[in-house]
Design a binder for this molecule. Structure first.
Ligand SMILES: NC(=O)c1ccc[n+]([C@@H]2O[C@H](COP(=O)([O-])OP(=O)(O)OC[C@H]3O[C@@H](n4cnc5c(N)ncnc54)[C@H](OP(=O)(O)O)[C@@H]3O)[C@@H](O)[C@H]2O)c1
Length: 323
């Protein structure tokens, strides 16, 4: 018999928490131990998330109560800056618990493993504190990584996200009224994902985020100045070779569309365009911010850390590609 692991989600009312509940419900070796929410306290999970058919209810759980649940895996799906009391309690009482943090709180913490499964492969198994990369940051890193050694300067990354990226706490950036017929630029220098990608890749990147009226999905258009001249076919072959064994990265010919990635679990990278002279390359990546940008990536990390099949509970991606 395969072992079943118990898993709890702190902040399960939110967009990413809901996606995680769906993935856990489909997982043959994970069982929901608790889901926390202050607003939905006492309500049945199944009434909010039809993918889950058990009897569990949302609970308002503080740090001690989370520890008391004794789950083997805990996912933190709280807004940035909120998880410290929970992590401190888990560190003190349950250091062997696998904790995956979806927020930015531990992405610059050397004591935590930065879990972008494709870069690099092979170091995640057995980790117990995993920081899940940002959604834009995932798209930027996967788009830039194959060209890293050829960069002549900072890549410029023009990112457009659906408004689910701004979470459920009301703000201008998730207000459909303000977003109608609009594109909202914000944090045009110094966004946390700019610092995150610069730190992870070891080269500075320049990132300009925008929010659009669609609900989910990111388009990341990356402009790269290169040290030598390249041709589009060579670039595409390089990306194909780098990601050949990656089930959640699809290299495609045309620039991918966000409408075709929404609800799907991987990344599409394509549109390889080279300016006259060969030293300016533009690449486009799309992903669903709630899936490969958050919940799906967390599930990859959990599976790898526990030694389970990496894609357990994650629907096939490349087979349904529109490449
Ligand atoms: N949305 C994305 O595309 C995305 C992508 C990658 C990473 N992330 C990161 O993932 C985390 C969750 O994002 P999300 O979009 O799912 O957020 P969200 O929709 O705003 O949900 C936040 C959750 O945290 C709970 N919560 C809020 N404030 C709290 C507090 N002070 N104490 C305890 N619980 C609190 C909320 O439930 P109650 O208010 O009912 O307690 C809710 O369940 C964030 O750190 C975000 O940056 C998000």
């Amino acid at each position: 018999m395969s072992k079943t692991y118990s898993i709890g989600i702190v902040g399960a009312r939110g967009h990413t928490g809901a996606e995680l509940i769906r993935l856990v419900a489909a997982h043959p070796q994970l069982e929901l131990a608790f889901v926390s929410s202050r607003e939905l306290d006492g309500q049945r999970v199944a009434d909010h998330n039809p993918a889950y058919t058990g009897d569990l209810r949302y609970e308002n759980l503080g740090p001690a109560a989370v520890v008391g649940k004794g789950a083997e895996v805990v996912v933190m799906a709280l807004p940035n800056g909120k998880c410290a009391p929970y992590v401190e309690a888990l560190d003190a009482a349950a250091p062997q618990t696998l904790v995956v943090d979806l927020s930015a709180d531990h992405r610059f913490d050397a004591g935590w493993y930065y879990g972008l499964p494709e870069i690099p492969r092979g170091r995640c198994q057995g980790q117990r504190r995993i920081s899940n990369p940002g959604c834009y940051a995932t798209a930027m890193q996967l788009a830039i990584w194959p060209m890293l050694e050829y960069l002549a300067g900072p890549p410029q990354c023009f990112g457009v996200s659906g408004y689910s990226g701004a979470g459920t706490t009301p703000s201008d950036r998730n207000n459909p009224e303000l977003l109608r017929d609009n594109l909202m630029p914000y944090s045009l220098v110094g966004h946390v994902h700019e610092r995150e990608v610069s730190a992870q890749l070891g080269v500075p990147v320049e990132f300009m985020p925008h929010v659009a009226p669609h609900f989910r999905g990111i388009t990341m258009t990356v402009n790269m100045w290169l040290t030598g001249a390249v041709k589009p076919d060579w670039v595409r072959a390089r990306y194909e070779q780098r990601y050949a064994g990656e089930p959640l990265v699809d290299v495609v010919e045309q620039a991918p569309w966000v409408s075709r990635i929404a609800g799907r679990h991987g990344v599409e990278i394509g549109g390889f365009s080279v300016a006259p002279g060969g030293k300016r390359l533009v690449v486009v990546a799309t992903l669903d911010n709630l899936l490969k940008g958050a919940a799906t990536q967390a599930m990859q990390n959990i599976n790898i850390a526990l030694g389970l099949p990496e894609l357990a509970s994650i629907p096939a991606f490349k087979e349904t590609s529109h490449g």
